[in-house]
Design a binder for this molecule. Sequence first.
Ligand code: PRX
Length: 652
Amino acid sequence: MSDTQPGNIENVLQEDRRFPPPAEFKPRVSFKTNAEYEAAWNRAKDDPAGFWGELAKENLEWFEPFTSVMSGDMPETKWFEGGKINASVQCLDRHLEKNANKAAIIWEGEPGDTRVLRYQDLHREVCKFANVLKRLGIETGDRVTIYMPMVPELVIAMLACARIGATHSIIFAGFSAEAVADRNNDAQAKLVITADAGWRRGKEVPLKAAVDESLEKSPSVEKVVVYQRTGADVTMVPDRDYWWHELMENESTDCEAVALDSEHPLFILYTSGSTGKPKGVLHTTAGYMLGTTMTTRWTFDLSDEDTYWCTADIGWITGHSYIVYGPLSNGATSVMYEGAPNWPDEGRFWELVEKYQVSIFYTAPTAIRAFMKWGDQWPGKADLSSLRLLGTVGEPINPEAWMWYHEVIGGERCPIVDTWWQTETGGIMLTPVPGVTETKPGSCTKPLPGVVPAIFDEQGNALEINQGGLLVMTQPWPHMLRTLYGDHDRFVETYFSKFEGIYFAGDGARTDEDGYYWILGRVDDVLNVSGHRLSTMEVESALVAHEAVAEAAVVGFPHDLKGEGICCFVTLKSGEPNAEMKKELTAHVRKQIGAIATPDQIRFAPALPKTRSGKIMRRLLRDIAAGRETAGDTTTLEDSNILAALRKNDDS
Ligand code: PRX
């Protein structure tokens, strides 16, 4: 559907600044020197089974040892077969002997209420809720949808599922009822765990009401558990809906964890692809746990002395891997915050850093750009001297934002880890090693051990230094996705058909003379809006589902805060192309997908620019959306008057 040429991508950014590791930063549990990192990387490349096998023995808690480390080529590689394991034991039980009284989660609600859950508290609540799940008829292998605000019960629900071997599917609480229904159906979920509502900028976001609406269209769901967060009015359907607190009241605190196969499905997480419905990325237990455990340690140097805060929402992969599984597996103390960064004012994050003495802070470029816009006075009010390491994830960070983060937040003393990875990769793949790798603003630098990337042209030839091309992984890693739930063919087709037996990430990239990687963005029809993937196709489908719309094409354009904004070109079959209709279509897309997909621009046109063979020329639409002159060839355009009409129509 796209008319771009993804191979041989032009690269325009020239960045010469370099930042040697700050002398103050002393690695605690990560690699101590570049030589140590390189030795590990080479070992993992030459002997992946030896490398990962040793780590799995040392760092994972096994009921029964595995008999083989890895078997089979990509995409069918299996890890740690024969082993029996449980992710909740790895995250909780293992720490009870030495660290029962250590804070696992320091939680702050948006209104300012706080809770601290020690490892023994979290363990107790998880055991109780696992018993609740069993009582509600959930068995090993069932799928459970979780649609909750950022409260500790979300973590409890996840780990309770893991404890009994139910596969969780978390849906970001900003998605709409329609999106929840689609995901319930795709996963054939039996149970939904939700809350009455969540808090966002002082307003209640109704969640139970959305679940009620979704259940009209998702017949597989038998029961709903509702956690009371805000006290909002909700309708409880008898014999279907149950209050969390009532179920937990007399529940036993004993719940033996189920010994699961290494490859037992731990969770499904839906993500956007370039075509069709969302993809249910499936991660399994042992490989994912090993990957998140080790990458947390290597990337964040997360030790017993640290207070770590990842600001992501658990509804995305970053929250799964680096709020829940990675940090808890390492026995760390994590801060978890429920609400918005600018509530009650723009200084909230920095107040939290000071209040909890956060030492490691992990956020997204889109947030950093918002902080820059709000002004230095906000971080200036807080004492940020507890910070020793900063991280970013989700999209390429522009060097200006990197420099601001380095100077204003990091006081020029904290290394920045710019971490490249994906829902599919399960854990961080490319990142500086803190205190070891020299950094360059805008580059995610080097692969972690076990990650063997390359840059290919369209034909699968490895490209030279400074040639932009397609980012691929040539060797399997334990925490990679295993399939797309219910659609193994689509899994093979999406990631492994462009180059056989090689993982194609969908991103463009180049390497420089030092072997550093520079990500050039997505090469498919996937937008990166505030660090979250959205498929242009999904927004188009939502638009054409509206009765007034004949045809729609959606493209991204550069957006100061969001990274990419959503521009919709729409041809109407009825109704007036006016401001009223724009409002209506905007609301329609929000209802179909959720607030995350709210269009930034809607432009009406009597027709869309097409080639003579009927293909929409997205390249032209992207130029128009970005306000650029149309570069390149327009001679294949069927009707050249259309472009002028589209350009004129830019009042939004
Ligand atoms: O395009 C890359 C971008 O985000 C995509 C993955 O999105 P998602 O699966 O939603 O996961 C986001 C959090 C892991 C990638 O294909 N991306 C992620 N991190 C970076 C990045 N682009 C550049 N630099 C990064 N550090």
